[in-house]
Design a protein around this ligand. Structure first.
Ligand code: NAD
Ligand code: DAU
Length: 331
């Protein structure tokens, strides 16, 4: 199989490339990544001899057409992915998430190439903290941020290209991932690297907002399951029943890093901050026989802390710029 992975130098994409090289030696991987601030060649160092890397933009129709024509399958991870950035400057989110997806869809349509679209549970908006319900494949789209609205728009393009043009596509909407190679702007790496840098973790607002955590390896195993057995045109929700409020996650990080439980700060809340995400992944489990393997969050978090401790060179050069950006926002 000739597999084109967009965004393969980012967090989830690089873990996907590692897992593919490890578990599926027969797959020939090409990564297309623009190496924005969020992408790093160093995330692919361990596999650089077994993949092809192309630095380029997914909105470059000529390049995308050429690479898609040489592929059997496209998995599309590339995106502007951080909510806070989308609040300060939405344009790159429209450009990459909407125009980029459109460009890929036109290419897979032209060359009849199988396509998997990686999306987020945030397209469904949020749930009340006391709501017993979870998101399902039938939950109406109701995105809150510029990021999630552009992801929702890209999902709609995929659905339309399946229906109107017969594109062979599947979609997945996953909850919050954690694990190695996640950019230090994101919640868990930011708190771990704050402590490793001698700063205190920063909690937005009350800290009661809930996220549904899944290990990145479990997300990527689900993507492979959908690629191999998913039904064309279908959307699959990916989640591992990992609901935790942010204050509890900060508390666990402080404990695992041998810090005082009160050694954190409350900072300015995110505008429009979604309260709670929760995924009902029973379709994926029942129909495609997928199960998460990393079910002990504490254990996964400890391994993630160890990874950031052992890989300072990977994150340290980005840390000051990220914190300066947050400081300007009072966060
Ligand atoms: P990330 O920000 O870590 O990585 C994004 C990658 O895309 C980077 O390598 C970047 O260089 C590349 N990229 C950005 N714009 C590009 C462009 N125009 N052309 C080519 N490459 C470009 O993101 P992530 O957290 O790994 O997320 C990957 C995908 O998974 C995204 O589509 C995101 O919406 C989705 N997702 C993420 C999560 C999560 O918890 N992180 C959960 C569910 C879904
Ligand atoms: O649900 C899937 C989504 O998860 C993905 O689509 C996004 O790409 C990914 O970034 C993530 O979005 P969130 O906004 O939930 O993730 P983030 O890591 O930015 O924040 C997680 C929670 O932690 C959120 O409630 C905000 C809070 N937070 C975040 C930061 C950076 C803090 O309390 N303090 C912080 O310093």
């Amino acid at each position: 199989m000739r597999l084109l992975v967009t965004g393969g130098a980012g967090f989830i994409g690089s873990n996907f490339v590692h897992a593919t090289a490890r578990d599926r030696p027969g797959v020939r991987v090409t990564v297309l990544d623009a190496l924005t601030y969020a992408g790093s060649r160093f995330s692919l160092s361990a596999v650089e001899n077994s993949i092809e890397f192309v630095k380029g933009d997914i909105t470059d129709a000529g390049l995308v057409n050429r690479l898609v024509a040489e592929s059997d399958v496209v998995v599309h991870f590339a995106a502007e992915s951080h909510n806070d950035n989308s609040l300060t400057d939405p344009w790159p989110f429209l450009h990459t998430n909407i125009i980029g997806t459109y460009t890929l869809l036109q290419a897979v349509r032209k060359h009849c190439v199988r396509y998997h679209h990686v999306s987020t549970d945030e397209v469904y908006g949020d749930l009340a903290l006391d709501d017993p319900g979870k998101f399902t494949e039938d939950t109406p789209y109701n995105p809150s941020s510029p990021y999630s609205s552009t992801k929702g728009a890209s999902d709609m393009l995929v659905r339309a290209w399946v229906r109107s043009f017969g594109v062979q596509a599947t979609l997945s909407n996953c909850s919050n991932n954690y694990g190695p190679y996640q950019h230090v702007e994101k919640f868990i790496p930011r708190q771990i690297t704050n402590i490793l840098s001698g700063a205190r973790p920063k909690l937005y607002g009350t800290g009661k907002n809930v996220r549904d955590w899944i290990h990145v390896e479990d997300h990527n195993a689900a993507v492979w399951r959908i690629l191999e057995s998913g039904e064309i045109g279908r959307t699959y929700l990916i989640g591992a029943d990992g609901e935790l409020d942010n204050a509890s996650v900060v508390g666990m990080i402080l404990e695992l890093m041998a810090k005082d439980p009160d050694d954190f700060e409350h900072v300015t809340d995110r505008a429009g901050h979604d309260l709670r995400y929760a995924i009902d992944s029973s379709t994926l489990r029942d129909e495609l026989d997928w199960q998460p393997r990393y079910t002990d969050f504490r254990e996964g978090l400890l391994a993630t802390i160890d990874w950031y401790r052992e890989n300072r060179a990977w994150w340290e050069s980005n840390k000051d710029a990220v914190e300066a950006r947050y400081q300007a926002q009072g966060a």
